[in-house]
Design a protein around this ligand. Structure first.
Ligand code: ADP
Ligand code: MG
Length: 555
């Protein structure tokens, strides 16, 4: 009997039940890393990479991205964390925990020989039931006045921020974030909120500019004599170099008479003076350019009481244009009034030990800048990431305008609902839906664990409360302050419904995807050294999902 060779020599295949179980183990190991970051009492992770960069973060997506996971199945968790981050911006830890918990609940069934397709089918049913239930429970904030809406949105932002490093100042930052988001309007213009980081000072020194702010650009001599504050100035935005150019570099010039040399030099000067005159004649008091503004120009403007800044970052210039209503010009010819921008106050101001150009009170009002202050670099970086989460949440809440109770309340309620529903189903499916329901309890349980509460005790109380036939227990969740249970809705621990819906959807999809894989085929020859590390990690199962040892990761 000749041997039939199907795959290239050296190809490693692992399949069937052990493969599924090993994938599940890897995912659980990954979730164990982010587990402790959930919630207001969650811990942060310090991640130290090959290059020596240190990142401190509480954000699920950031941690997952930095973990350098090589296990092929566990990578799916990284992807869902990333997609949750870009879709809704928050709930990234939640999504990873849920996916891993769904898988963990599935593991005993798989080991007992249940076909994974049966599980997948039940999980999908459970997920759509859960999402319907969330939509039913969600409370709309539509139709409120702006002031009311603002305070409601600030509650959502505060809930997001409460789990972060800057949680201590959550009210302060929440209202700042809400103001910024309302300023830019509902259109998709996220890049119109700038976050500038200035080390030094305390968090409380952070402030919101209703317009644009950026760090003073490099400037030449003469800059000191320029005025640093204007009321309602006209603003000229350029993409033009205002520097004395040596024109002989651009053209070949032949001189027969040395006396003519002067005319060449004069021509060079005339060109630049002509440009500068045009800028001055436009009536602009502030001149910004994406390209360099040289010392000659700086002095020229200073003599005429005009402020100038060269080499402004493109992004900042765009935001100035949007905010002030100006248009960036690529030539100084024909400057008409329409293309000049304006704002209420322009000033150059000291912030910490940096100088900032600040455009406040911009007419279009479609930009906002948050200037973040704080101690260490890592701290400000994390603060920026946290604000990003909060900004996304407020935007989502503004768009979809429905919220649900946080603190595990919604998770407990869906869990109860699914268990109740499961009782009406005959057959194995009942067990699977029950497991799905049980998995949802991971959120309140983890919130308790991270806060040092007795999770079993709190969960029992919550189950009792949610089981009340009147349904009045539905908004009850973990009370982070006392270690008991409390009405999360009344305590304003709110989350946009979309966060939960997206998290449940993504987590279920990821779990089903991993459950549907029963074979991994790998050819070592086609893989790099990194792939080999993955191969050995695969074999080790639990705790084997990460590359390298002793990097401070829990194994
Ligand atoms: P994620 O990355 O998933 O957003 P977080 O660390 O931000 O993870 O934690 C979010 C969880 O913490 C949510 O389930 C939310 O309901 C809960 N939470 C936030 N603030 C509170 C609070 N004050 N009391 C109880 N639970 C809270
Ligand atoms: Mg969060």
């Amino acid at each position: 009997q000749p041997q039939i060779i199907l795959l290239k020599e050296g190809t490693d295949t692992s399949q069937g039940k052990p493969q599924l179980v090993s994938n599940i183990n890897a995912c659980t190991a990954v979730a164990d890393v982010v587990r402790t970051t959930l919630g207001p009492r969650g811990m942060d992770k310090l991640i130290h990479d090959d290059k020596g960069t240190v990142t401190i973060s509480n954000d699920g997506a950031t941690i997952m991205k930095l973990l350098d996971i090589v296990h092929p199945a566990a990578k799916i968790l990284v992807d869902i964390a990333k997609s949750q981050d870009s879709e809704v911006g928050d709930g990234t830890t939640t999504v990873v925990l849920l996916a891993a918990e769904f898988l963990r609940e599935a593991k005993p069934f798989i080991e007992d020989g249940v076909h994974s397709q049966n599980l997948i089918r039940s999980y999908r049913t459970a997920s759509s039931l859960a999402i319907e239930k969330i939509k039913e429970l969600a409370v709309s904030i539509e139709g409120k006045s702006l002031e009311e809406k603002k305070s409601l949105l600030a509650k959502c932002a505060a809930t997001t921020l409460s789990s972060k490093l800057i949680g201590g100042e959550k009210e302060f930052f929440a209202s700042m974030v809400v103001d910024a988001v309302i300023a830019i309007g509902t259109e998709d213009r996220l890049n119109m909120i700038g976050i500038k980081k200035v080390p030094g000072g305390t968090m409380r020194d952070s402030f919101l500019v209703n317009g644009v702010a950026f760090k003073k650009t490099f400037s030449y001599a003469g800059f000191e004599q320029q005025p640093k504050k204007f009321l309602s100035p006209k603003i000229l935005l350029l993409n033009v170099e205002l520097e004395l150019k040596s024109e002989k570099e651009n053209a070949e010039i032949r001189l027969s008479d040395p006396a003519q040399y002067q005319s060449i030099v004069d021509a060079e000067w005339n060109i630049i003076y002509d440009k500068l005159d045009k800028c001055v004649n436009s009536g602009a008091k502030v001149v910004l350019s994406r390209l360099a503004i040289g010392d000659l120009a700086t002095q020229y403007f200073a003599d005429r009481d005009i402020f100038c800044a060269g080499r402004v970052a493109e992004e900042d210039l765009k935001r100035v244009a949007a905010a002030t209503g100006g248009t960036v010009q690529t030539s100084v010819n024909n400057i008409i009034d329409e293309i000049l921008g304006t704002c209420e106050i322009f000033e150059e101001r000291q912030v910490g030990n940096e100088r900032f150009n600040i455009f406040n009170g911009c007419p279009s009002g479609q930009t906002a800048t948050i200037v973040l202050r704080g101690g260490a670099d890592q701290f400000i970086e994390e603060a920026e990431r946290s604000l990003h989460d909060a900004i996304m949440i407020v935007r989502r809440a503004l768009k979809n305008s429905t919220v649900v109770a946080g603190g595990g309340a919604i998770d407990m309620e869906i869990s109860r609902y699914l268990r109740q529903h499961a009782r009406t189903i005959a057959g194995k499916s009942q067990l699977f839906i029950n497991s799905y329901a049980k998995a949802l309890e991971v959120i309140p349980r983890q919130l308790c664990d991270n806060a040092g509460f007795d999770a079993t005790d709190v969960l029992n109380k919550l189950r009792q409360k949610h089981a009340l036939p009147s349904g009045e227990g539905a908004p009850y969740g973990v009370d982070i302050a006392t270690g008991g249970i409390a009405d999360s809705f009344a305590n304003f621990v709110w989350e946009p419904a979309i966060v939960k819906i997206n998290a449940i959807n993504a987590a279920t999809e990821a779990a089903c995807l991993i459950l549907s894989v029963d074979e991994t085929i790998k050819n070592p020859k086609s893989e790099s050294a990194q792939g080999e590390a993955a191969a050995s990690a695969m074999g080790r199962g639990r705790g084997g999902a990460f590359r390298g040892r002793g990097r401070g990761m829990r194994r």
